[in-house]
Design a protein around this ligand. Structure first.
Ligand code: HEM
Ligand code: MTE
Ligand code: MO
Length: 470
């Protein structure tokens, strides 16, 4: 396609009627004006040589660039990116955003919430798995993504930048694709590294970014999947893995112009490139996965920003935010602390000693944070949310508003659903692993619900308000 004059065909000479915008409505007028301007720039650019540097065809000379190598990376991303999207959307559903603004501050998400459903409590490790996959895979795919971008980089420098309106639109879709994927990876990785530098909320940017990106991704896959299959069939992976440097040759010239016109002698085999990218991904897997798997492997999570050494004893597992960091002081949770329970009848107020005197239940459940790290199962004990709902006069409660002693702000309160209240493993926990909760783990009382994202397991609970509606 590159450099072929016929490619300018659709916007070639003729169709002067486009100039009459008034007949076809204002939008058409703008489009045809744009089209004319593009055509003018194209004609000028076609007569001028490309500027020196990456726009010149001779600039990109790697003999390894070609449709086969691009398609190998493309295939890995074709499997990995839908998994990222699905696990991301599941993460969003897990916050129960349709219960209200306490759980989701995303402004005007509107129709994008179309798929939301009642997040289940079975299996209890569900969120630990989905979000562990989301974050671990996101880190592991970085070398593949960089290799894929490297393999197609000459295409990002085509000259003239736009040959026709259609070509300009195609390039705009590439901008959304490449810009979108970089945006999602950068926001995601900054988030898990607790590097909050973006304006507004990460969560909102990452959520809207996912939809923009996935739309561009679907278009791109539809356009390219046929060529990808053809290119993958053009060479055998096994044969490629056995090819030494001396026999490494460029792929045959391709219509997309990935194969350089003037290739340099190879300095690396395709096997070497695959080993470098695969090895990079494997290394990232080894230094990331431990934060989600836990146990001894936690020590290998070199990229985990915090909590690699959570201490020992019954409360010796990761803490996300300490009490001090969110403004919870010993005074909030001292002898004057009370739990209020509201529902159908008059409110109930309990001291911690009174709560401990009630029948206690246990559940073995992990903490699984949205940032991808999780703990192994911990043995929690306390009061069943179902029993507290019955006590409040609403045994079939549709939801409960949980409020913390923490000063108002993110995570200070949350809404849980009826199915979460009814699960017998859902607790207002008072103790963990046979000891009182530590202050940083939510003393005097915290929520723990199976498959609930960590962020909805509110610590330092002060009030539960059961409601009959969802
Ligand atoms: C193909 C690229 C990606 C897509 C389509 C995607 C999509 C999503 C979606 C839809 C959500 C739920 C909405 C939200 O909580 O903001 C989400 C959450 C999240 N994603 Fe991604 N994501 C991608 C890449 C990544 C990467 C590379 C990382 C980091 C390694 C990452 C880390 C996270 C985190 C930490 C959350 C939870 C955010 C929060 O609730 O605070 N994502 N993702
Ligand atoms: N009140 C309150 N509860 C909270 C938080 C918080 O900041 N304030 N952080 C939440 C988040 S994001 C997680 S992952 C879990 C972590 O629990 P842990 O610190 O006991 O491991 O607590 C949740 N409960
Ligand atoms: Mo979290």
């Amino acid at each position: 396609m590159d450099g072929s004059p016929s490619a300018a065909g659709p916007a070639g000479p003729g169709s002067p009627d486009h100039e009459d915008g008034s007949r076809r409505g204002p939008a058409h007028g703008v489009l045809s004006g744009l089209s004319l301007r593009v055509r003018y720039l194209v004609r000028r650019a076609e007569h001028a040589p490309p500027p020196p540097g990456p726009f010149r065809p001779g600039f990109w000379r790697s003999p390894l660039r070609g449709p086969w190598l691009t398609s190998v990376f493309g295939l890995v991303l074709l499997i990995g990116i839908p998994l990222m999207f699905v696990t991301g959307m599941l993460s969003y559903a897990s916050y129960n955003p349709d219960l209200g603004r306490l759980n989701d501050q995303t402004p005007g998400k509107g129709v994008l919430g179309f798929y939301l459903f009642a997040w289940p409590t079975h299996p209890y490790w569900l969120y630990r798995l989905t979000q562990g996959v989301h974050v671990t895979l996101g880190v592991v795919l970085v070398p593949v993504l960089l290799a894929k971008l490297w393999s197609v980089i000459p295409k990002l420098f085509t000259w003239p930048p736009a040959r026709s309106l259609a070509h300009a639109l195609e390039r705009l879709s590439l901008l959304l694709l490449v810009g979108g994927v970089i945006f999602e990876f950068v926001t995601g990785i900054f988030n898990i590294q607790l590097f909050y530098v973006f304006p507004g909320s990460f969560y909102t940017l990452h959520f809207y970014g996912a939809w923009v990106f996935i739309a561009a991704f679907v278009v791109h896959v539809c356009l390219k999947v046929g060529r990808m299959v053809g290119a993958l069939r053009s060479r055998s992976l096994m044969a490629e893995l056995r090819t030494p440097l001396a026999r490494t040759r460029p792929e045959p010239p391709d219509p997309d112009g990935l194969v350089p016109a003037d290739p340099a002698p190879p300095t690396m085999t395709r096997r070497g490139v695959l080993a470098m990218v695969g090895g990079g991904s494997l290394l990232l897997l080894l230094v990331t996965a431990g934060q989600s798997i836990g146990g001894l492997l936690r020590n290998t999570a070199l990229l985990a920003p915090h909590n690699r050494e959570p201490g020992s004893g019954p409360n010796g597992f990761q803490i996300n935010k300490t009490a001090a960091s969110v403004g919870v002081t010993p005074a909030h949770v001292g002898p004057d602390w009370r739990l209020e329970i509201h529902g159908a009848g008059p409110a109930h107020v309990f001291t911690r000693a009174q709560l401990l005197a009630m029948p206690q239940h246990t559940a073995s459940l992990p903490i699984a944070c949205v940032e991808g790290w999780s703990t192994t199962d911990q043995l929690w004990s306390g009061l069943r949310l179902a029993d507290l709902a019955a006590l409040a006069g609403l045994p079939d409660a549709g939801s409960v508003l949980v409020e913390s002693v923490q000063p108002p702000g993110p995570y200070a309160s949350v809404l849980l659903r009826g199915n979460q209240i009814r699960d017998p493993r859902s607790l207002l926990a008072l103790r963990v692993n046979g000891a009182d909760l530590s202050l940083d783990h939510g003393f005097p009382a915290r929520i723990i619900v199976p498959a609930n994202p960590g962020v909805n397991n509110t610590k330092w609970v002060r009030r539960l308000t059961f409601r009959s509606w969802p």
